[in-house]
Design a protein around this ligand. Sequence first.
Ligand SMILES: Cc1cc2nc3c(=O)[nH]c(=O)nc-3n(C[C@H](O)[C@H](O)[C@H](O)COP(=O)(O)OP(=O)(O)OC[C@H]3O[C@@H](n4cnc5c(N)ncnc54)[C@H](O)[C@@H]3O)c2cc1C
Ligand SMILES: C=Cc1c2[nH]c(c1C)Cc1[nH]c(c(CCC(=O)O)c1C)Cc1[nH]c(c(C)c1CCC(=O)O)Cc1[nH]c(c(C)c1C=C)C2
Length: 448
Amino acid sequence: MQKVVAVLGGGIGGLSACHHLSKSPNVSKIVLLERSGRCGGWLSSIRRDDGAVFEQGPRGVRPAGAVGRNTLNMVSELGLESEILPVTKDHVASKNRFLYVKGQLHKMPSGPGGVVRTIPPFSRPIIQSVLKEILIRKGTEEDESVHAFVSRRLGSELANIAIDSLCRGVFAGDSRQLSVRSCFPLLYEAERSRGSIVLGMLMGSGGPKVVPSDLAKRASTESWTQWSLKRGMQAFPEALEDTLKRRERVELHHHAKVKSLNMNSGGWEIKLDDGVSLKADHVISTLPASGKYTHFTVVYSNGFGHLVPSSEDPGLLGVVYDSVPFPQHNRSGGLTTRLTVMMGGAWFEQTFGHPDSVTKQTLLDRATQAVTSHLGVNSQPVWSYVGLLKNCIPQYHLGHWKRLEKMRQYISNHNLPLTLAGASYDGVSVNDVIFSGRTAAEGLIGKT
Ligand SMILES: Cc1cc2nc3c(=O)[nH]c(=O)nc-3n(C[C@H](O)[C@H](O)[C@H](O)COP(=O)(O)OP(=O)(O)OC[C@H]3O[C@@H](n4cnc5c(N)ncnc54)[C@H](O)[C@@H]3O)c2cc1C
Ligand SMILES: C=Cc1c2[nH]c(c1C)Cc1[nH]c(c(CCC(=O)O)c1C)Cc1[nH]c(c(C)c1CCC(=O)O)Cc1[nH]c(c(C)c1C=C)C2
């Protein structure tokens, strides 16, 4: 039987679900409901008249793994190949990542040489912790904080500096509260199945299979570490939206804020904020779920960037050197340095107070001060923009997996025609979210 499917939320997760649904003849109508005046959610790029592009959300996507290939396959389907800006393994942005510890920048160890020698800020070679890890007994907890897991298996120094910073650089979150099972499922599974992270990584894991497109094969042959698009990441949802608009069975609604969902004998009744109500046989929700999120501030003013462990400065997460991986996003003519200072995250309120009461000037001053003290840059920015991103990255705290299991069990026990997708559930990266949209669609229509 043909179905009417409503997709709630027009972020990259909702668009991905629509894209896959629109391939099936068994769906008679797809209705996308987006609260704001544009689709794309956090994929949002500021395009200035002088040609410069500044990302508000993600600035690069990783091509690796099944989910990375899946995204590149979609890029190909949308005809965006000529727009791709790849960054390869030998680029300085891939080789040079830094940690800011005790007032100094330290290059993160990389390659075999980087792990066998003692490289500050670490007090011993990383290989020592890695070799010992193989002998550490398996944990027995159903879940554990990322910090506790890494301290137990690799020692407290790697947990306090490297993993603390990594969690800030991916989740803007606190490794002492984030769940290892949900944030780093591969590490958790490696310990469970092989008894060791190192052995698990060496032996590899199953995971989903995705047949690579020519573009995904190119990414692998040319050893890309990340990619963006010439007109910024926002060009991706724009292309998806344009393609969907051309499909007869797809209806895209902007300024359509979903207020309530009710199930009755005729299916779902979806009420919007403006009083309009719609009917659907199935709902895929990619709306941000209620729960823990971080508030985040980005201030724009050789290498990828640097991260700051929470022990050094809790409210200052890191600085991205945007003009290094993507000089194509610089303004036309003249040299430019584009930087993004990332602040707040799980430490926002303790550092700046309530997000509604902090002034943009306070945030700009704090960011400028960090650029001066960390990088020795004394000149004032030519242009700056302060973005306060409220509730932007969902925080998968301890027990996240159990809450998810309960929700999905409830949906299944009550035969609710409802699927949950998007960043609130099974991974926050662009790749994970796109894959979750695909999985949600395929759960309804079968493999596409
Ligand atoms: C600053 C920042 C940097 C990031 N950097 C990276 C990176 O470098 N690499 C990477 O892979 N990932 C990165 N991410 C993560 C990634 O961008 C997001 O997790 C992903 O874009 C989330 O997509 P989504 O569709 O799940 O949610 P969203 O983008 O939040 O989309 C949800 C949509 O639902 C709409 N909506 C909300 N409520 C309603 C309602 N009631 N009715 C109708 N519509 C509603 C919203 O307007 C929004 O458009 C970053 C995120 C941020 C914030
Ligand atoms: C300082 C804060 C943040 C920076 N980027 C993000 C935050 C919160 C958001 C983000 N960055 C990455 C992802 C996930 C991508 C994925 O899993 O595919 C998200 C949601 C990528 C990333 N950024 C850093 C690392 C180590 C990763 C993991 C993947 C990879 O190795 O590329 C480090 C990093 N992030 C930021 C800086 C300044 C920095 C390090 C030098 C900014």
